[in-house]
Design a protein around this ligand. Structure first.
Ligand SMILES: NC(=O)c1ccc[n+]([C@@H]2O[C@H](COP(=O)([O-])OP(=O)(O)OC[C@H]3O[C@@H](n4cnc5c(N)ncnc54)[C@H](O)[C@@H]3O)[C@@H](O)[C@H]2O)c1
Ligand SMILES: O=C(O)CC[C@@H](O)C(=O)O
Length: 526
């Protein structure tokens, strides 16, 4: 049974899913050296924001197949190091969207109405109504930095509260901003015009310290800023200074450069600063969502299935993935078969998506075909994560083509592989029940269900040849499960595919090629 290590507190709904397929050990709050010491035993890690999965941990995790982040941000995982090792990294891109958006809104209203300090004051026996006079957010301008999933939800709710919306996000269209009732502006305009600024961007080299002393100086003196995204996108020292000297009116933070926050000039501030301990995703609903979402993906990967939200392999919407899943298996099988037909190193691979597949997202199918192609050489070392990198490093030229008019089947995949001395092509499709069929080999129509052990021949279409091969196999005690012949013209060339119950015994292939009329014979195993 595979083993999963859960390193942070995860909702029990996720643990139940994992327990169906794996031994689950829950060890939270492990120091890095202890995690590195036990990680070699595990096939999967499941984490939240509390655990850093560094290159050292990944290198030590010799059995790791998947790292699941129950949340959005994967900045606590060394994703490039995981990719190199063929480890899938998955997250839950939508499970805590609403929770994080609502926390940002709660912080904005808390700033406007001084809720935390007023609460503290009443609890200490005071009744300070004048001290906590607030301001309305109605008709104020909210500047949303990052109009993705969370930023959009915040914008929609703020619009309903009567706020004016401006947004900075260089990667979204003005039409999308328009639909949300936001005016897209550049960052300087947003800093100058907004009464409230809310940050909903990832931490990247471009966004690190995007709110620094210079940016704070451009804001209105009574403006307030909310960061419910990531620590490190606001320069904390500059912010503390700006709050102390009245450069801006207030700030509410949920995330910090270093967590837990510990000693910081921010903790010494008064009611102009509201601090929460990374609670954006901490709702019952969000924790169930992310735990189930990520546990299901870990389960799928441990069962050999693709993950729906892998950050280091082509992402697909779950519905699209469900529809494509059988075709991924088809592409992988064809890749494996064609590499065996070619024999040696494949120099180029042409992948043609035909029929209804021509209108589909091709990248996952290409990756699946490459995984199959490389699996003879790299075995289990190649997977959906590293197949493209491995193919690139081996200098395999990959070309994708599409033919929506190929209508023999609803959807089919043709692979053409060229090696140093051989070139082969193979086409396959799926039957109604999802069963794989090889429908063409090197231009010869055929109808074969791939089997663990197969014999392929190219021969002259002439009387007696099939009988001779059958007798030869019989004399070596090889049981034939099925036989298919494909030809283009009578008495021209033909291909034959035999599925057999066991691997071919040694020496028989040499005997087969001696049969008159046989041009080539090869064994293929899946
Ligand atoms: N506090 C929490 O507990 C909590 C919970 C969930 C998510 N988050 C964080 O919230 C952030 C947003 O999450 P999301 O799900 O909305 O992500 P998302 O990918 O849907 O949206 C991010 C948006 O930021 C934009 N963006 C990227 N770089 C930018 C830049 N340089 N300038 C302006 N815009 C830029 C993108 O175009 C995108 O629209 C992430 O950092 C995530 O980790 C925090
Ligand atoms: O694990 C958490 O609670 C925080 C999650 C949040 O920061 C995220 O990026 O999804």
């Amino acid at each position: 049974m595979p083993k999963v290590l859960v390193c942070d507190s995860i909702d029990s709904a996720g643990i139940e899913i994992l327990s169906q397929v794996a031994q689950v050990d829950i060890k939270t709050g492990l120091p890095p050296e202890e995690l590195a010491a036990i990680v070699p035993e595990y096939d999967a890690l499941m984490i939240r924001s509390g655990t850093r999965v560094t290159k050292e941990i990944i290198d030590a995790g010799v059995q790791l197949k998947i790292i699941g982040r129950a949340g959005v941000g994967v900045d606590n995982v060394d994703v490039p190091a995981a990719t190199r090792k063929g480890i899938v990294v998955v997250n839950s891109p939508e499970g805590n969207t609403i929770a994080a958006a609502e926390h940002a809104l709660a912080l904005m209203l808390s700033l406007a109405r001084h809720i935390p300090d007023a609460n503290q004051s009443v609890k200490s026996g005071k009744w300070e109504r004048k001290k906590f006079v607030g301001t309305e957010v109605y008709k104020k301008t909210l500047g949303v930095v990052g109009l993705g999933k969370i930023g959009s939800h915040v914008a929609t709710a703020a619009k309903a509260m009567g706020m004016k919306l401006i947004a900075f996000d260089p990667f979204i269209s003005a039409e999308r901003a328009d639909r949300l009732g936001c005016r897209l502006v550049d960052m300087d305009v947003l800093l100058q015009e907004a009464d409230y600024i809310t940050l909903h961007i990832p931490k990247t080299p471009e966004t690190a310290n995007i709110i620094n002393a210079e940016a704070l100086a451009k804001m209105k003196p009574n403006a307030r800023i909310i960061n419910c995204a990531r620590g490190g996108i606001i320069d904390e020292a500059a912010l503390a200074e700006a709050l102390k000297n009245g450069t801006i009116g207030g700030a509410a933070l949920d995330v910090y450069d270093s967590e837990p926050l510990g000693e910081s000039p921010l903790t010494e501030l008064g009611k102009e600063a509201i601090l929460t301990p990374h609670l954006g995703a901490s709702t019952t609903e969000a924790q169930v969502n992310v735990a189930v979402d990520v546990a299901e993906q870990i389960r799928d990967v441990l069962l050999g299935l693709p993950a729906r939200s892998a950050v280091n392999i082509p992402g697909l919407h779950p519905d699209a993935l469900e529809q494509l899943r059988p075709y991924l298996q088809l592409a992988e099988t064809l890749g494996n078969l064609v590499s065996q037909l070619v024999g040696g190193r494949v120099e180029s691979l042409n992948i043609r998506l035909q029929g209804e597949l021509a209108n589909n997202q091709s990248q996952p199918i290409v990756v699946a075909a490459l995984k199959g192609l490389l699996s003879r050489a790299l075995r289990e070392r190649v997977n959906y994560v590293n197949a493209s990198i491995e193919a690139q490093e081996r200098g395999i030229r990959v070309v994708e083509t599409r033919d929506a008019n190929a209508c023999d089947y609803k959807g089919s995949i043709l692979l053409q592989a060229k090696g140093q001395s051989e070139e082969h092509e193979i086409t396959g499709t799926l039957l109604g029940d999802g069963e794989i069929r090889i429908t063409n080999i090197d231009g010869f129509p055929i109808n074969v269900s791939p089997n663990q052990h197969m014999l392929f021949t190219r021969h002259r279409d002439m009387p007696g040849i099939i009988g001779k091969i059958g007798s030869l196999l019989g004399s070596f005690n090889v049981n034939i499960a099925s036989m298919q012949v494909g030809r283009q013209i009578v008495r021209g060339d033909a291909v034959m595919v035999l599925t057999i119950d066991d691997p071919l015994p040694e020496g028989i292939l040499e005997e087969i090629v001696k049969v008159s009329g046989i041009r080539k014979a090869s064994t293929v195993a899946l």
